[in-house]
Structure formats: structure tokens, C-alpha cells
Design a protein around this ligand. Structure first.
Ligand code: CTP
Ligand code: MG
Length: 245
């Protein structure tokens, strides 16, 4: 249920967008965020979806220092984009973005490679986090039967070890939203402990802090492999037709 007191309509948020990856699995000739869909880079699609949301004021964009592509995009002149240096791993890029945010209680983090994020899902995440006064992530329950894999002794092929109960398994998406100070501290502590941090929630979990699961759309895909590009193109067009963009 909506709560107009707890969720002010005009509250403004900043989103950290890690965009310093090389997109190895995409097998393309440039980092995947610079591949185009409808003559617009994936990065532009993502940032436009974020900055056109009524509650998002600015984006902190983590870009690789050697990136030769960003300067050629129209994003370079956008006053609502604060550019920072990306790091070796995604978590380093996110932390680099968090370092320039000082006066915001909450922060969102969203992958550059997820251009199909809808305003409705951003609304839902912000509302649920504020109402529950808890960090949270967009996510979806797993639908396939899940197998634990092991390498077979005989050769390099993988074998099924066993079937995992999927009833409590969810796919973690972005955006993910947390209190800025808590997230910064959680990531720094996790790095000191040498933990592998693949999303913001994993840092928050390792700090023993709560994170709610907010059910999100399954078309919020992370473009990862070549076949994802045509899917993202399709979803973006569908969403625009349905006024979800
Ligand atoms: N990312 C980043 N800094 C890194 C690595 C990743 O900012 N050192 C960003 C990517 O640009 C992407 C997001 O984190 O927007 C999610 O990561 P992923 O999908 O794994 O992208 P890549 O690391 O670029 O792809 P791959 O793992 O296939 O190389
Ligand atoms: Mg990666």
C-alpha cells in the first residue's frame, strides 16, 4: 500500500552506474555498453531511462580511464552525469562512485548493461525501501529447475551433482538501493576481508544488514552474451509501445 508521508513524491536520488567493464562474454569489438540498439548506445538507453525518472536527479558514472568511446557519445555534455574513474572489478567501480556522494541518505546502483529498466520498477524499489526503512534489490524468483554442477573425473564435461530446491532462490537484478553510508562501509569492510562482492547486496549481507527482495520485471536483463542484444532490442520496443519506458 502506498504511504504518501513516508515516500515524498519529489524526493531526489542519485544512481551510481558502473560502466567500466570490458564485456568479455559479449565477444564484441568494443565494450558492450557502447554497442548500439536503434542508433543509441546501450549506455545511453540506460542513462536516459534513469535520468527521465521523476525521482532521479543525477547519475554518477564509473568509466574506465582508458575508455576512448565515452567522449564520442552525446552523454559527455550532460550536466546531470558526474564522471568518475572505474576500477578493476565492478565493486571497485561502484565504490569509486560512492566516494563522490556525500550528502545523500540513500543511493541506488544500476548496471550500465541493463537498459530495459522501467520507471515502474524503479518506483517500486524506492517505495519498498523507504516504507520498510531497509535496503533492497529488484529480483525475481527462479523458474527453472536448478542443478548443482561438478566437473566429471573422466573428462572436462560438467555433470549434475544434485538438484537444488529452487523455492527460496531468486535472481538478483539492479537497481539495488541502500543507505549510502552503510553501503560504503559494507563494501570497504568486505574488501578488507577479501570477500568476493558481485553486487551491492552481497556486501550488505556480509555486514549483517537486511536487504529486502522487491519483485521486478523479468525483461530487466543484463546484456551479457551476444544473443541478449536482440532480446533487449525487442524488450525496449515492447516497453515503449506499452508506455513503460
Ligand atoms: N563493470 C564496471 N567495472 C568493472 C567491471 C564491470 O563498472 N571493472 C560494470 C559493467 O560495465 C557492467 C556492470 O558492471 O555495466 C555489470 O558487469 P558485467 O555484466 O559483468 O559486465 P562486464 O564485466 O563488462 O562483462 P564481462 O564480465 O562479460 O567481461
Ligand atoms: Mg563482469
Amino acid at each position: 500500500m502506498s504511504n504518501p508521508v513516508l515516500v515524498p513524491e519529489n524526493q531526489q536520488f542519485i544512481v551510481v552506474v558502473p560502466a567500466a567493464g570490458i564485456g568479455k562474454r559479449m565477444l564484441a569489438s568494443c565494450p558492450k555498453q557502447y554497442l548500439t540498439i536503434d542508433n543509441q548506445t546501450i549506455l545511453s538507453h540506460t542513462i536516459n531511462r534513469l535520468l527521465s525518472h521523476k525521482n532521479i536527479a543525477k547519475v554518477v558514472l564509473a568509466i574506465n580511464d582508458d575508455d576512448a568511446y565515452f567522449a564520442q557519445t552525446t552523454l559527455v555534455d550532460n550536466a546531470n552525469i558526474i564522471r568518475v574513474s572505474g576500477g578493476k572489478e565492478r565493486v571497485d567501480s561502484v565504490l569509486s562512485g560512492l566516494q563522490v556522494i556525500n550528502d545523500m541518505e540513500w543511493v541506488l546502483v544500476h548496471d550500465a548493461a541493463r537498459p530495459c529498466i522501467t520507471h515502474d520498477d524503479i518506483d517500486k524499489l524506492i517505495k519498498q525501501c523507504l516504507v520498510n526503512n531497509s535496503g533492497g534489490i529488484l529480483a525475481a524468483p527462479v523458474v527453472d529447475t536448478m542443478k548443482l554442477a561438478i566437473k566429471s573425473n573422466a573428462n572436462e564435461t560438467m555433470e549434475v551433482s544434485k538438484t537444488i530446491d529452487r523455492s527460496s532462490l531468486w535472481h538478483a537484478f539492479t537497481p539495488q538501493m541502500f543507505k549510502t553510508k552503510e553501503l560504503k562501509q559494507a563494501i570497504e569492510q568486505a574488501q578488507v576481508k577479501g570477500l568476493t562482492i558481485t553486487d551491492e547486496s552481497s556486501a550488505i549481507e556480509s555486514a549483517g544488514l537486511p536487504c529486502i527482495l522487491v519483485s521486478g520485471r523479468r525483461d530487466n536483463i543484463k546484456i551479457t552474451r551476444p544473443e541478449d542484444l536482440v532480446l533487449a532490442d525487442f524488450y525496449l520496443k515492447q516497453q515503449i509501445e506499452q508506455n513503460k519506458g
